[in-house]
Design a protein around this ligand. Sequence first.
Ligand SMILES: Cc1cc2nc3c(=O)[nH]c(=O)nc-3n(C[C@H](O)[C@H](O)[C@H](O)COP(=O)(O)OP(=O)(O)OC[C@H]3O[C@@H](n4cnc5c(N)ncnc54)[C@H](O)[C@@H]3O)c2cc1C
Length: 473
Amino acid sequence: MKRVVVIGGGVAGIAAATALAQAGLTVEIYEKRPLLGGRASSFIERETGERLDVCQHGTMRCCTNLADLLERLGVHDCIRYFDVIEFLDSAGRRSAIAGCGLPAPLHTSLSFLAFRSLGLRDKIAIARGMLAMVRAKPEPGYETLDIGTWFRRQRQTERAIRRFWEPVLVSACNEDLSRISCAHAFKIFRDGFLMHPRAYHFGIPRVPLGTLYTEPTQRFLQRRGGSVHLRAIVERAHLEEGRIAGITLASGRLVTADAFVSALPFDLLLKLLPPEATRGVPYFENLRRIEFSPIIGVHLWFDRPIDCPHAVALLDRPTDWIFNKTLNFDLPPGSGAYLSMVISADRELTARTNREILEQVIADVHAALPQTRSAVLLKSQVLKERKATFSPMPGVESLRPDQRSPIENLYVAGEWTRTGWPSTMESAARSGYLAAERLLEDAGRSERFLAPDLAPQGLARLLDGYRAALRRA
Ligand SMILES: Cc1cc2nc3c(=O)[nH]c(=O)nc-3n(C[C@H](O)[C@H](O)[C@H](O)COP(=O)(O)OP(=O)(O)OC[C@H]3O[C@@H](n4cnc5c(N)ncnc54)[C@H](O)[C@@H]3O)c2cc1C
């Protein structure tokens, strides 16, 4: 086994390619766009040549494989981590989740007690809910039950749901509560907020996503004898005797290799393969039952500086987040304000026109940041991604495939493959590492790339031990 072709240069493809190159294989990435990063990337603005992110992305310290990948590429310092997550409600009250020095899982409890958008009854309900999540016996039933139903069974208050559970989960899972499985929701709170005192730290890129991924990956692969082919559209995969014999590019060129890693979204993987290779094969048929969920990204440029934190979650409004790109990119403050807004899983808003979306977002920004009302809006951009993420619906885990496909020399990466994580850059990085592990295993080499999770700390260690005992029982 010498030459590997990776189809698709998103985070999953980059993770697979870098791991395999590190293991000594010659790796080529074929990516249809001019920049790497896939859904977590930028486009090149025609008039200015500037790299603009398709949509703001964030990460957390619990995303250990994404961090590992960025370390590998030498760009982890391009992520700035914050130990405070800010919230702003419709009455203008600011609250925050912040650490207080107590051991996990109590490390954010003081900020939670001071959370101004919630009343005492809500906080008691949330504390009860958190405890129930931590103590929940790991069982398959949680993969098929939706978290909205579970919250009702746990007698969560309407305000606790609307102002706490929903904003966190809809942002992390990009789905309505009625379409998020308990297994995914529990994972977000356990791994992200309860087990380790730094797990919730919120990471925001200091550079455009295209810059974070493109040149560092090119340099990494070139130094190891590999290459990245941009603007290279892979049109078809050819099967011979149960193996991929080669792929054809839109240019007509045939590319051969010893093994192939598809790092495409699942609907495109199905289009790439000949229908007879997928029809009736459960591994591929299951993919037809996975659904997508949309995200809207809006960029606004104002003529003057605006007082806005690096990132703030808006409660009670269609717009979920405002990111201050002027601060995040260390742009000169005199140059005005560049703000990016994110709206997750809002199918109704996604169906509206860009003008209507813009009006809604501007209304939310005016309400949240009153200074913007008197500022001149110089430029705006609305970007809708209808297929932003796979939907973490009850039952989806049984549809997500392993990274080893039934086709002999085809391995499959992509955030939608079986990683246990919702659709995130972390899941994509994990999938790429797992695909590389499977490929090397089949070549008789046992190498591990997957980075360990943050180890539970403080009292959370005891709770983790309790859960492990339940699993064994
Ligand atoms: C708007 C939006 C906001 C998001 N926000 C966050 C966030 O804040 N935090 C987070 O962790 N995650 C976020 N996500 C999810 C995250 O971006 C994805 O889960 C992750 O990037 C998926 O990576 P991937 O490599 O598996 O797939 P992709 O990124 O889809 O990669 C597939 C690649 O294949 C390429 N390709 C497609 N067809 C071909 C072809 N025929 N030939 C060659 N190449 C091809 C594509 O151009 C792409 O580069 C967001 C997603 C979106 C869309």
